[in-house]
Design a protein around this ligand. Structure first.
Ligand code: TMP
Length: 235
């Protein structure tokens, strides 16, 4: 599959036209940013790990009936995906308090939530992706009520699947972010990526962080964490 014109370059990926009218090629880069691009760096082989890890997670959730944009894995760094319009909202699901939830609500990182929390963030780099509620999403015409219900229900289903299967691998799914896309036919799919860039994974026993927080917080052994996630999910 030949790559065509580059359609979009983001912080961690490039998206190209493909030979198929209804598909794009996504190329995963090693570049890493944090805090809305204020911190910049690179994680060796990250693109290769994230492509493989995302491929595995898309297979896991597709197998349990969740529709995703995934079509094929083309190379070490390239994935073929269905062409969609990305809904400009990041859907974050949390099982354990960490990151901005710890700061926002003054709760200790590591506190187990009594039920999963789902949050919506507006995708807007200039504003630093602010937290929004359903009423904002409706007023800004980001999605309809029914679509928001679907995003939330799908996020909770994906959470249940990933959480259970990761625990079998000795990993705790602390939180994760999903993006959704709409096809020309109007179908809503899980899109983007699901990787250590977009999830928090802790070792279930030691609570060691095995995700991008190692980069964000300068904890060292960043590549090793991505490699360890891939090793465990493929074992
Ligand atoms: P947060 O605690 O910083 O709000 O992050 C919650 C989850 O969302 C965490 O798993 C990391 C993921 N995330 C992204 O994928 N992209 C982002 O831009 C941010 C801020 C978080």
């Amino acid at each position: 599959m030949q790559k065509g014109r580059m359609m979009y370059e983001g912080k961690a990926k490039r998206v190209y036209e493909s030979e198929r009218e209804d598909a794009y090629v996504v190329e995963f880069k090693d570049d890493a940013t944090a805090f809305n691009g204020q911190k910049k760096g690179s994680i060796e082989q990250k693109g290769v790990y994230n492509n493989r890890i995302s491929t595995n997670f898309f297979h896991w959730i597709e197998a349990e009936g969740i529709a995703t944009h995934y079509l094929d894995t083309l190379s070490d760094r390239e994935m073929l995906v269905k062409r969609v319009r990305i809904i400009p909202v990041e859907v974050v699901t949390r099982n354990v308090v960490a990151g901005t939830l710890a700061t926002r609500l003054g709760m200790a990182e590591g506190t187990e939530l009594s039920r999963p929390v789902v949050e919506f963030y507006l995708k807007n780099d200039e504003l630093g992706d602010p937290l929004i509620n359903r009423s904002h999403a409706l007023a800004l015409a980001i999605a309809t009520r029914e679509q928001l219900d679907l995003l939330e229900a799908t996020a909770l289903q994906v959470n249940a699947i990933l959480r259970r299967r990761l625990l079998e691998k000795g990993l705790l799914l602390v939180d994760f972010k999903l993006e959704f896309g709409v096809t020309q036919a109007g179908e809503i799919l899980v899109a983007d990526e699901i990787s250590p860039d977009t999830c928090r994974f802790w070792d279930a026993k030691t609570k060691e962080k095995l995700d991008k927080d190692r980069f964000r917080r300068d904890l060292g052994r960043v590549e090793e964490a991505y490699q360890e996630i891939l090793r465990r999910i493929e074992e």
